[in-house]
Design a protein around this ligand. Structure first.
Ligand SMILES: Nc1ncnc2c1ncn2[C@@H]1O[C@H](COP(=O)(O)OP(=O)(O)O)[C@@H](O)[C@H]1O
Ligand SMILES: [Mg+2]
Length: 274
């Protein structure tokens, strides 16, 4: 089925699709960027945590989940260490980076901006070999002009550093054009508001073809779509829903700190299958 013909889209629960898709996402250590769009409460974070956890189990990838608002219970279910210290980001294979502060207003935003900027600078090295997921990239992007520029550069160049970005957004507005053009995988939950339908459908292709698909989605169902044909494998579009349980991997409940790394780049080059 060509990806541009959404009328025969397959409906597959994640318990069936997930194991196959984790490989399609991309071989370790270089998965592709992903863009996830959906209103609050649609299940974006649950989806994100599920795929990050499956990737950790399958490939043992280094993964950093950047969070800017109060961690919800989903993050507890992931079971990863939560930190805002750069040393910890180096030390743990899978980690949640959450800058926390008692500051408020502009001082708070400035603090968060600096912490995330420092993190992104630290990771930006050749052969970085990591997946960086932003739970709300729209918020991060608007923190400052330099942050907006930095994220634009990440979209264009992160793959050359072997960094894969997973970015979540509530609505497809205010998104840098680079995000749309540089992401091959799109995950789209249905919009709450019909007025948003066309924009959401545009993320996938021709609105006339995709609106009926989005229209049929129930709660927690999403379209998973690859926007370019890949030579190596015939990639399809799917409707799916997460029917698997999110829980920590046995190895993560007591994740060992790795020996101190003098630089981030000392990471081994290839992901390990576990
Ligand atoms: N597939 C799912 N199975 C079980 N619970 C889910 C699923 N998807 C979402 N939830 C729950 O629904 C709520 C909203 O999901 P969440 O991922 O936080 O949405 P979003 O990030 O889009 O705001 C959370 O409490 C989450 O645990
Ligand atoms: Mg969320």
């Amino acid at each position: 089925m060509p990806p541009e013909d959404p009328s025969h889209i397959e409906w597959v629960p994640w318990s069936e699709l997930g194991p196959e898709w984790i490989d399609l996402w991309g071989d370790a250590p270089q998965p592709e960027h992903i863009e996830i769009t959906g209103q609050t409460g649609s299940g974006k974070t649950y989806f994100l945590c599920t795929i990050l956890q499956e990737r950790a189990r399958e490939f043992g990838d280094r993964e950093i989940l950047v969070v800017t608002k109060k961690a919800d219970e989903i993050f507890d279910r992931l079971g990863w260490p939560v930190t805002d210290r750069l040393e910890d980001v180096k030390a743990y294979r899978q980690v949640i980076f959450w800058p926390q502060t008692d500051l408020q207003g502009e001082a708070r935003d400035a603090y968060i901006e600096k912490r995330i900027h420092d993190l992104m600078t630290m990771i930006w090295v050749a052969d970085s070999n990591c997946v960086v997921a932003f739970d709300e990239i729209g918020f991060v992007e608007q923190l400052s002009r330099r942050m907006k520029k930095l994220i634009g550069m990440w979209w264009r160049e992160a793959r050359s550093m072997r960094i894969a970005i997973v970015a979540m957004k509530q609505r497809p507005v205010w998104v840098q054009r680079d995000q749309h053009s540089e992401t091959r995988w799109k995950v789209v939950f249905p919009p709450a508001d019909r007025a948003d339908m066309e924009r959401f459908a545009q993320l996938l292709g021709k609105p006339k073809e995709w609106e009926p698909v989005l229209d049929e989605l129930d709660e927690r169902e999403f379209v998973l779509h690859h926007s370019a044909r890949r030579q190596d494998v015939e990639v399809q579009s799917y409707v799916s829903w997460i029917d698997t349980e999110l829980r920590p991997l046995p190895s993560q409940s007591k994740q060992e700190r790795e020996p101190a790394l003098s630089t981030y780049r000392k990471e081994e080059r290839h992901g390990r299958r576990r």
